[in-house]
Design a protein around this ligand. Structure first.
Ligand SMILES: C[S@@+](CC[C@H](N)C(=O)[O-])C[C@H]1O[C@@H](n2cnc3c(N)ncnc32)[C@H](O)[C@@H]1O
Length: 345
């Protein structure tokens, strides 16, 4: 999941200001029929005058955040709130990385970029499509990935864990990243985790597998755009059958894990994403079970499996009461990703 975008200029006074305007407009000016007939247009004109054209990046972020908030869109696709999503859209229109947007708040937005922002906003609100599909991009850990409706929008918590638990800066280091030479990203989708793994493990080659030919076409584009064709191999097939008899130091997977209740109540935004990226069967762990049961045959001694399961922690612990799962928390998740050593499988 993308890091929460900081934005200092939150439009905190927007609601209060408009309430104040309404109170002033409600004052009884005159009671004649003639005057009350002109009341509406006058009010409209006054409202227009009070809403100046957006000019700067800050203006557009404020305007976009206010509209997104009012429209009650769902934020589950790499941005976590209206301001972060507004900043993301404005950044894309201005060709800025997410962390470059806030420092340039005072910069003027060219007319064409302003029109693009307003158009994306209209589409976002009318169609409820995730913003990432409108701009064909999403960032994970600051790294850009091409996305379209053929793949789920990247937002896995595993991206953060690849940095925090294998890098130098964490109390719990699962493995020395330089000693990991073979990695499998199972259920790769856009290839985002395979690409982050290639960055995190400089001496590793990575296999990235998915059942969906559509997803693999997007992954191929991302692998090419990141110049990693010599380190990442794409494989098509049903879960571990895609890898033949290959074995790995590390298997990472963000498989489909939404249970039947969750599938019945997906937010509209998620309906634009491939259903097969979510559907984990009645209790959500149909595919996770197959991954756990098969992983032992594909892990080298000393290897491990890192797997995201969303809200399925209890279902999993019921299904494997003796398994030694280590649950890893991230900035925005608790008990949604487990690590298990090859020897404990
Ligand atoms: C939750 S998405 C994760 C995508 C990507 N790893 C990410 O984090 O953004 C799950 C992926 O599993 C793939 N998938 C679904 N069923 C599969 C199966 N039986 N075998 C392999 N991949 C499958 C879907 O096509 C989808 O790309």
């Amino acid at each position: 999941m993308a890091k929460k975008t900081a934005w200092a200029g939150r439009p905190k006074a927007a609601g209060r200001a408009s309430a104040k305007k309404k109170r002033v407009a409600k004052r009884p000016v005159a009671k004649t029929a003639k005057k009350s007939a002109t009341k509406k247009p006058v009010r409209k004109a006054a409202a227009k005058a009070a809403a100046p054209e957006p000019v700067t990046i800050l203006d557009y972020v404020r305007l976009a955040a206010t509209r997104l908030k009012r429209a009650h869109v769902a934020f589950a696709h790499g941005t976590t709130d209206p301001v972060a999503e507004a900043a993301f859209l404005v950044g894309e229109a201005m060709n800025l990385y997410p962390d470059e947007v806030e420092p340039r708040a005072a910069q003027r937005v060219p007319k064409a970029a302003g029109r693009r922002i307003l158009d994306w906003l209209d589409q976002r609100i009318a169609t409820r499509k995730p913003a990432a599909y409108l701009v064909n991009r999403m960032y994970m850990r600051g790294v850009p990935f091409y996305v379209d409706e053929r793949v789920i929008v990247p937002r896995s918590f595993i991206g953060e864990i690849l940095e925090s638990h294998f890098g130098d800066d964490d109390v719990l280091r699962l493995r020395d990243p330089t000693k990991i030479t073979r990695v499998l990203d199972l259920c790769t989708g856009s290839g985002c985790l395979a690409i982050l793994a290639a960055h995190a493990f400089p001496n590793a080659t990575v296999d990235a597998a998915d059942l969906s030919a559509n997803a693999l076409a997007v992954a191929a584009r991302n692998v090419r755009e990141h110049g990693l064709e010599d380190r990442i191999t794409l494989l098509q097939g049903n879960l571990l059958s895609a890898v033949g008899d290959r074995s790995y130091d590390l298997i990472i997977s963000n498989p489909p894990y939404v249970d039947a209740d969750g599938m019945a109540s997906l937010p509209r935004e998620c309906l634009a994403e491939p259903r097969m990226a979510f559907d984990g069967g009645a209790d959500g762990i149909d595919l996770v079970r197959q991954i756990i049961d098969g992983a032992r045959d594909h892990l080298r001694p000393g290897g491990g499996l890192l797997c995201e399961v969303g809200r399925c922690k209890s279902a999993l612990e019921r299904a494997y009461p003796r398994a030694d799962f280590l649950w890893l928390d991230t900035e925005e998740s608790e008990g949604e990703v487990f690590w298990i050593e090859a020897g404990a499988l």
